[in-house]
Write a protein that binds this ligand. Structure first.
Ligand SMILES: [Zn+2]
Ligand SMILES: [Zn+2]
Length: 768
């Protein structure tokens, strides 16, 4: 070394935080250090990646620059902190073993779809992993679902029981190898293996389990297949009889079933795919994407009856890729569970709970530690929205504007997720489900414990729904010693969207959904709020309508429709000569009238979701809801999208603004009686809802001077409504905020609860 150069030596201490573990960050740093001729070391610790580099001053600068600019595809750098250190003459670079520290603020990678490099190897007959069903590398494979604890190293995952063979071990320790420190690294000799069992759980001895499964599927049998986050039930999607049998066994009547196809050209045979949708389908998250059906198409009608959409995904594990070579147009790949229960994830559990549903089980001996469903997304005018946030997205945080105390939010009753806040990060859990039974409640509990451990979060307060009877509320109340904050459901909806867009100022919030407990004890769901993150005022709502029989009116939307008719015509309702009314008997109608007249078991609701249900029932589109939201979803599917006409509407201005839905229902009935096509009626109804909503927003904006409108709630999964409203509000000079990373439905509510509770706690701590 020349003396002049030695004088220029400098040393940097670098700390990188974000998603930097389990994503090939250390090998990337290693190669970068080699490139710039730097000595030093890199290690994972519980806060992220720590690096020390020594060398030429200018090279150090370039090193840090490139560190930020060209990080591996799965990494997400939140912060790079550098400080000067004393040079110690280090000239070689090395990777140091992980150290466990008390503080665990590291971010953990979600599960990642099999990458192209691994696919090439898997289909290369000369490769030692030819057809190996658990191939993975630093850039792909299981992550969140196999981590037991952090730091993310093999002993802390469910891969700990597999001892790497010498070849795998060599790859794992070679910084130049693409499997360097790939924690789930494995091969035919040392890794997990497939196990095929018959319907009774007896192992079928075969050296070609994939080929056997392919045959079974071709024969129309149902196979339970263990995937990344749980089991799928697979069946040939072009075989109507097979799909019907699966539905009957699974007790899933009409809800659309997701399908998987091997590539985009195959998907195009039955659905339309635009560029944005294609990118989303191929993204490493590999979500289910809702795609518009092509008509006619080769998919069995029973896959998604009465829907305009198919939920489609591409293969994301090696096993999927191997099975899809069986030349299927599509396979149904639906969550391996019985309706209402969480997805199965353990071998024994699956064989017990799916007994009688699956004709065979394709298992493996790699355990899933944290069960996680497939994510569901859709592309609309405002961009991509996530309808169910789970595999591929969890546990990537939503980044908040402000710091504050750690909070746990237990979410609502339906489509539950929980949420943990830590500093500026909000961690929404994977989709947990409807917290109506012991199974889902214990899944919630396990998820909360797990996230608290791996993210090292000790909540200072707990947020929950205002509804006193929800199991998620009761569970919150059982957690002793922490302050509790009850957050109103629709306020939480708006707060979740505000958090996503880092809004803190007062906004106009429009929260439309099916059900949420209101501050007056009534069932809200058509709400106009003026709110910020700590409180809200109800500036307007849809008119209260009785719900005869409460929840029974959700399942049987015709009951809800009768309630609407009764508000206009009273007992003359029976003379309306509506075909929809023929679905209930004269006796039933009399009972309904008596209930409505005496207000017996008729809670009041302002729900827009229920209004959609009523119109759907009146049009004879859906008179029985086999899943939440079905009538509204089918009503949307019926609408003539080219029709711009709208029904007239009326807003009553009392203490606050009340949208009188009777005016709209009146015109719906007139149109039905005049024989107007259902497509037109549905369109006029949708347009009227969008218009009246925009008008209420304008009125509130004029009164308050607020210009920002935030839209949230399950109704905004309705593309017609959200697109139209976006246009109308924008045209009025208002700024519109819709969801993208966080679900508009109840899956996002826990985030809103958490940020509201944090704000209230902060105020309390500041003595305000
Ligand atoms: Zn890979
Ligand atoms: Zn091996």
């Amino acid at each position: 070394m020349k003396p002049a150069e030695a004088e220029n030596k400098a040393r940097l201490h670098v700390e990188v935080s974000g998603i930097v573990q389990g994503v090939g960050f250390r090998p990337f740093v290693y190669r970068l250090a080699k490139k710039f001729n730097l000595g030093g070391w890199v290690l994972n610790d519980s806060r992220g990646v720590v690096i020390e580099v020594e060398g030429d001053d200018r090279d150090l600068g370039s090193f840090v620059e490139e560190l930020r600019a060209s990080a591996p595809p799965l990494a997400r750098i939140v912060q790079v902190k550098t400080s000067r250190a004393e040079p110690i003459g280090e000239t070689s670079f090395r990777i140091v073993e992980s150290v466990s520290r008390e503080e665990r603020t590291v971010l953990i990678s979600p599960d990642v779809a099999t990458c192209d490099d691994c696919l090439r190897e898997m289909f290369d007959p000369d490769d030692r992993r030819f057809h190996y069903p658990f191939i993975n590398c630093t850039n792909c494979g299981p992550r969140y679902t196999i981590i037991r604890d952090i730091p993310y190293d093999r002993p802390n995952t469910t891969m700990s029981k597999f001892k790497m063979c010498p070849l795998c071990e060599a790859e794992y320790h070679d910084p130049a190898d693409r499997r360097f420190h790939a924690q789930p690294n494995a091969c035919w000799d040392c890794g997990p293996r497939l196990i095929l069992c018959d319907a009774d759980g007896n192992e079928i001895s075969t050296d070609a389990p994939i080929a056997r499964v392919t045959e079974m599927l071709k024969e129309g049998l149902t196979v339970a297949i263990k995937g990344l986050g749980g089991f799928h039930l697979a069946v040939d999607a072009t075989n109507d009889e097979a799909v019907r049998r699966l539905r009957a066994r699974k007790k899933r009547e009409q809800k659309p079933l997701a399908v998987m196809s091997k590539d985009i050209p195959t998907i195009r045979r039955y659905a339309f795919v635009n560029e944005v949708e294609e990118r989303l389908l191929k993204s490493f998250q590999r979500p289910i994407v809702l795609l518009r059906k092509r008509q006619p198409n080769p998919i069995a009608n029973s896959v998604a009856p009465r829907s305009r959409w198919f939920g489609v995904m591409l293969p994301y594990t090696p096993v999927h890729h191997l099975i899809m070579r069986g030349d299927f147009i599509a396979l149904v790949m639906t969550s391996g569970n019985i309706s209402e229960e969480p997805i199965c994830f353990e071998n024994e559990e699956a064989m017990e709970r799916l007994r009688g549903i699956a004709d065979a089980f394709l298992l493996n001996d790699r355990d899933i530690f944290m069960r996680t469903d497939d994510s569901v997304t859709r592309v609309q005018q405002s961009g991509q929205i996530i309808l169910r946030r789970a595999r591929g997205y969890v546990p990537v945080p939503v980044f908040l504007k402000d710091d504050g105390p750690a909070i746990l939010a237990t979410g609502p009753e339906l489509k539950n997720t929980i949420c943990l806040l830590r500093g500026k990060e909000a961690f929404l859990s994977q989709h947990i489900g409807d917290i109506k039974n012991f199974e889902t409640l214990s899944y919630l509990e396990k998820t909360a414990e797990h996230l608290k451990r791996i993210l090292q979060i000790e909540p200072e307060a707990i947020a929950h729904d205002m509804h006193p009877d929800y199991l998620s509320t009761r569970w919150a109340q059982e957690q002793k010693g922490l302050p509790l904050f009850a957050v109103q459901h629709h306020h939480a909806h708006i707060a979740s969207c505000m958090a996503e867009h880092q809004l803190e100022e007062k906004v106009i919030g429009v929260a439309f959904d099916g059900t949420g407990y209101g501050t007056d004890g009534r069932i809200w769901g058509g709400e106009f709020l003026v709110c910020d993150l700590s409180g809200f005022e109800r500036a307007g709502h849809f008119k209260y309508t009785p719900m005869p029989g409460g929840d029974a009116a959700v399942e049987n939307p015709i009951r809800m429709a009768v309630a609407h008719l009764y508000q206009i015509w009273g007992k003359d309702t029976r003379d309306l000569e509506l075909k929809a009314l023929e679905t209930i008997s004269e006796a039933q109608l009399r009972v309904l009238f008596r209930m409505l007249e005496g207000r017996i078991n008729c809670p009041l609701t302002s729900s827009v979701g229920r209004l959609f249900d009523s119109v759907s029932a009146l049009l004879g589109i859906c008179d029985y809801a086999s899943y939440e939201g079905q009538p509204a979803i089918e009503l949307e599917a019926f609408a003539d999208e080219d029709c711009a006409e709208a029904y007239e509407w009326r807003i009553e201005e009392k203490d606050n603004l009340v949208v009188d839905s009777s005016v709209i229902i009146h015109q719906v009935v007139e149109d039905i009686q005049e024989g107007v096509p259902r497509e037109m009626i549905s369109a006029r109804f949708h347009n009227a809802i969008a218009e009246v909503t925009a008008e209420v927003c304008r009125k509130i904006a004029n009164k308050t001077g607020l210009r920002k409108v935030v839209l949230s709630g399950g109704v905004f999964q309705n593309m017609l409504i959200s697109n139209k409203l976006q246009q109308l509000l924008t045209r009025s000079g208002l700024e519109v905020f819709q969801h993208s990373e966080v679900p508009p439905n109840d899956g996002g509510v826990s985030l809103g609860q958490a940020v509201v509770a944090r704000n209230l706690l902060k105020k309390r701590q500041e003595g305000k």
